[in-house]
Design a protein around this ligand. Structure first.
Ligand code: PLP
Length: 423
């Protein structure tokens, strides 16, 4: 049986009552404490921590982490603008994007830092801003995501400039007088200190060939344990070998490199939960399964159906009472058979019933570990369900609204009918 972590049963019921469901609840204290842990990442010659805002782009969350001292990693031009609207100074934002934004020149003029992720991007930046400093993202040839779908390094990943193309990087930079002062590699290194050390070595091997590099960004990808039997990355353990490599680099090359890391999941993953409600309970007979249907699912959390990701789930009775337990699958509210919140670990095709409190219609259901890649990465408006509400549990003990639930009018706001259909 899973237990509640982030919120108490009373707080889950309070969210359900006060805001309706489904609602995302984030915890200010948890966000601030993760930020402090990230800022304590071992380093040899200084550290900047960037929050990868795509993990959870709510302005309230961005502001809490920025006030705690974190800068921003933006994965699109829109994310950079969004962070600025949340109050982050442009100079604290670095853009690392698959797609070059149309407003790149404008963003850079406002102070946003640019990290070129391909030779095309580097040349485009060089044409706009010859003579300037720039950072480049390399694919050091090593990958370590938790699945093929999250792997961001190695030959099967399109992220960054392949490490064997360094000559072309130097040629392109020289053509536009660019100074290659930043180097970046985000391979999603996970929690294994040996992988971090290996990646640091490969990246510093590239830095050795780029004599102007002063700033090396090792990306994010620190794993967290959502379920009780999973462990979260110990940043001191992961970071120490990286700091050792930076020290060794300074001894060998006489350059003291500034370290950057850019966690997303680590900062927000366990600082957020979904509070939803039981809308139905059905079964498929003796040889079948019992299903709890909830008013959430792919519209708020895609990770189970996409990766077979595991989230802790707790049924919270509408009023406190003792109940029995049973084995249940949790089905989301989308008309899509893949909308299951209890797949087998790492295999979205397979079902894995869980032991849960016997549900009644109207009970609340808590889905933990939903702070990262949920509100920002859901199947928004599928079945015309409105975007969920987001609230923050402040250090004052109160829930504060961060984003209200969409209305149907907002879902439809940009539609129009051509004249020949409107009569
Ligand atoms: C998504 C992303 C991150 C954050 O990854 P997490 O796994 O959430 O820590 C960091 N850097 C870049 C460039 C990213 O695209």
């Amino acid at each position: 049986m899973e237990r509640l972590s982030l919120l108490s049963e009373d707080q889950v019921r309070a969210v359900q009552r006060q805001f309706g469901t489904p609602t995302f609840a984030y915890d200010q204290k948890a966000l601030e404490s993760q930020a402090q842990k990230a800022l304590a990442f071992p380093n040899a010659h200084g550290l900047t921590v960037r929050y990868a805002v795509k993990a959870c782009p709510a302005a309230g969350v961005i502001r809490i982490l920025n006030r705690a001292g974190l800068h921003i990693d933006a994965s699109s031009g829109y994310e950079a603008l969004r962070a600025m609207r949340a109050g982050v100074p442009a100079a604290q934002i670095q853009l690392t994007a698959q797609q070059l934004p149309d407003n790149l020149a404008d963003l850079v003029r406002q102070g946003v830092l640019f990290n070129a992720c391909s030779l095309h991007q580097l040349a485009a930046y060089g044409r706009l801003f010859p003579g300037r400093e720039v950072s480049v993202r390399v694919n050091p040839g090593l990958g370590s995501g938790h699945s093929n779908r999250t792997n961001t390094g190695g030959p099967s990943s399109s992220f960054g400039i392949w490490h064997e193309h360094l000559d072309q990087v130097l040629t392109t930079a020289a053509e536009h007088n660019l100074q290659l002062t930043g180097l970046h590699s985000h391979i999603g290194s996970g929690s294994d200190p040996e992988v971090w050390q290996h990646c640091a070595r490969l990246t510093l091997g590239v830095a050795a060939k780029l004599p102007e590099v002063r700033r090396v960004n090792m990306g994010g990808g620190f794993k967290i344990g959502r379920m009780a039997d999973e462990v979260s990355t110990d940043l001191c353990e992961a970071g120490q070998p990286v700091a050792d490599e930076f020290n060794r680099f300074a001894r060998e090359h006489g350059r003291k490199l500034h370290l950057e890391i850019e966690p997303g999941t680590f900062l927000v993953g366990n600082a957020g939960a979904i509070v939803c409600s039981v809308v139905d309970v059905v079964d498929t007979g003796q040889q079948g399964y019992s299903f709890i249907k909830v008013d959430s699912g792919m519209t708020e959390v895609l990770r189970p159906s996409m990766y077979g990701a595991q989230h802790p789930i707790v049924v919270v009775p509408a009023t406190p009472e003792q109940r029995g337990q049973g084995e249940y699958l949790i089905a989301g509210h989308c008309c899509e058979s893949g909308d299951i919140l209890t797949p087998a670990s790492g295999n979205p095709e397979e079902l894995a019933p869980r032991v849960l409190t016997e549900p009644r219609i109207g009970d609340a259901v808590f889905i933990g570990g939903s702070g990262a890649y949920c509100a920002g990465m859901a199947a928004k408006n599928y079945n015309s369900f409105p975007e969920a509400c987001e609230v923050l549990l402040g250090t004052d003990g109160e829930f504060h609204l961060l984003r209200q639930r969409q209305t149907l009018d907002q879902v439809l706001a940009n539609e129009s009918l051509p004249a020949f259909l409107s009569a």
